[in-house]
Ligand binder design. Structure first.
Ligand code: SF4
Length: 335
């Protein structure tokens, strides 16, 4: 995927710097767009600001670099690739969504035969392709489908999903039979099917192809159940508290700590920015981790970890407070 495939709105970058009278700007880019950093710095400097690119990973709008901007004395954050998720007044922040400049038509047309079994379709996409949903809806209507695009009011655009917010999908889940996800990669489509338990077909406009995510979702569900079973033997738990602004759920962490302790387990609270195997390996006495930060680390990256890393909801299954079969039927996670 070429970075030039996305609209980085250089003119707007220039205008926002002038409008805010910014003298020092911190530019945050998701991993796929980091290569554009030097070019955007040149644009920002032409507008009269000193620009710094955050080289740290940025996987979502949950990871707004407010504290970094403050420590660098930056008076503006330009956050690329996501829409607003966090309310904060400490450092003015401009979101540039980086809309994709690719046609979705060919991929959607290829998806239609894969949707053959279903007539009621829900449409979901990332912020990069929200502008294409009307065209996709038309193509589906022409193919004789009925189409629902959810708007639960949590995200900026109807039909939009993020890695952990499927509220728009969930809001129409009962009235549809399957989802069509428009966008690149498997990550968000996998999230949609795991969060709603509905079959999901991907129309990938970058690769101009369509395919089902069903097998991968089933593999993940089997893996999650295996992790819960393994965690049954655990005596010592580490409860992970996210340090990224949008991942900090201290109340949830304290709640699960209390519940685990009541069932006789030893619990250590661990504060963490990046949850990696290397970080968790520093705690060999801990048998199982409960992750209250980014749920996708548990769901998508399980094979990297030597010990179970359960989500909050999976920990409730372990404690007998939630039924696994029911959870699989209604969706594994997500608001
Ligand atoms: S918490 Fe995880 S899935 Fe949600 S926005 Fe952040 S990185 Fe993405």
């Amino acid at each position: 995927m070429e970075a030039t495939t996305f609209d980085l709105e250089e003119k707007r970058l220039n205008e926002e710097i002038s409008k805010h009278g910014a003298k020092r700007v911190l530019i945050q880019l998701p991993e796929g767009l980091k290569t554009e950093g030097p070019r955007l710095v040149a644009v920002a400097e032409k507008a009269g600001a000193l620009a710094v690119v955050s080289a740290d990973p940025c996987y979502g709008a949950c990871d707004l670099a407010t504290l970094d901007a403050k420590s660098l004395d930056a008076d503006l954050i330009i956050h690329y690739g996501h829409s607003k998720m966090i309310e904060q007044k400490q450092v003015p922040t401009v979101y540039i969504e980086a809309k994709a400049k690719v046609s979705v038509k060919e991929a959607v047309k290829k998806a239609i035969p894969l949707l053959e079994r279903w007539s009621k379709i829900g449409l979901v996409t990332t912020v990069q392709h929200v502008q294409t949903l009307d065209e996709t809806r038309e193509l589906l209507l022409e193919a004789g489908k009925t189409v629902a695009i959810g708007d639960a009011g949590h995200l900026k655009h109807p039909g939009q999903v993020t890695g952990c917010d499927y509220s728009n999908a969930k809001s129409v889940s009962k009235e549809i039979e399957a989802f069509l996800f428009v966008g690149g990669g498997r990550f968000h489509a996998l999230g949609a099917t795991l969060a709603t338990a509905k079959p999901t077909i991907i129309a990938d406009p970058f690769e101009r192809r369509a395919y089902s995510i069903e097998k991968e979702a089933q593999r993940i569900l089997r893996q999650r159940w295996a992790s819960i079973c393994e965690a049954e033997k655990a005596e010592s738990f580490g409860v992970l508290v996210g340090l990224k602004t949008g991942q900090k759920k201290l109340d949830e962490a304290l709640k699960i700590k209390e519940k685990l302790e009541k069932s006789g387990k030893k619990v250590t609270l661990l504060a963490v920015r990046e949850i990696t195997p290397e970080v968790l390996m520093q705690f060999p006495a801990i048998d199982t981790f409960v992750n209250t930060a980014c749920p996708r680390v548990s769901l998508d990256e399980a094979s990297k970890f030597l010990k179970p890393v359960l989500t909050f909801t999976e920990a409730l299954v372990l404690l007998g407070e939630t039924d696994w079969e029911e959870l699989c039927k209604k969706g594994l996670f997500g608001s």
